[in-house]
Design a protein around this ligand. Sequence first.
Ligand code: GZL
Length: 348
Amino acid sequence: MAGIRKRTGKKSFTAIFIFCFVLLLAGCGSGTGGDVVPQEEMESSEPDEGDIVIGISQVGSESDWRTTNTEAYLNTFTEEKGYYLIFEDGQQKQENQVKALRKFILKGVDYIVLDPIVETGWDAVLKEAKDANIPVIIADRNVLVEDESLYICRVGSDFMQEGRNAGEWLAKNLELRGRENTDINIVTLQGTLGSTAQLGRTLGFAEVMEKHPNWNMLEYQSGDFTQAKAYEVMEYFLDTYDDIDVVISENDNMAFGAIEAIKEARLRLGRNGDIMIISFDAVRDALLLVQKGEIAADFECNPITAPLVEEIIQKLERGEAVEKVQYVEETYFDYKMDIEMLLENRTY
Ligand code: GZL
């Protein structure tokens, strides 16, 4: 628990801990608190001497990608390795994430890891963390702040490049099929509006679209990275446009929703079908649909950021400098590849 010792010392942590526990009891007295955790459990849930205390504020649990991303954190920052992890699920709400950061600051954690649901609105709470001398690592998505010294570094994907790669793949695929000059009607299922993944994928693909005047973007609509919302939006698209050639789905769970709606409309999927789907994330269930030909191409977004975050924390513990931005390795998959063989070596 190096950080707490440096900042407040073990005694103060216990004081804060008891203070929080008393608050909890008071809350329960008024019938507004949850179940009271028995004293012995609360005491045993304190960090051990020397533990590195980490507060992680996660976006939510909206997609298969997110589940894998969370599992990697829980498998990386374990008690056996000398970590004390406080994990908070933001349930896709920025206010929950801000509350979590303030809780971490109150507890005097050693490090904060933030995966920000959207890019803006973080300046104030990150300033509070900086004033409390708690280093913040941004993971996966990014923040847009006036003062970039409010966070130590960011580790995640280059979402603009993912979008460009998808556009270049579509251009090559259309050329292969002699459709480089025919009218191509496209709709886009966007992720959570204002998230780095949505902004990057939309802008990256749009950059390539600029080079193809025969590509018509009929409409952008957000499916909020969820299957249920994307199903509704795809139903709307199918009711509104009778000649959609391509669906750009900014994550796989939205592609699952789109496929459901397209099948219900009795339209054929795939490169030789009525509608071609291009997706992002490349989670296992989506790659099985690439193998089936229902998703034409899937652009990987590597969810295993936890080991890179751990590397950064270990460097900071040793007083070493870290890069301001680190991108994770990513690739793509399409119907021409041997997906079965590729899946053998993949953990997600
Ligand atoms: C991307 C990540 C996105 C995924 C979605 O790094 O933030 O959020 O693409 C997830 O599946 O919901």
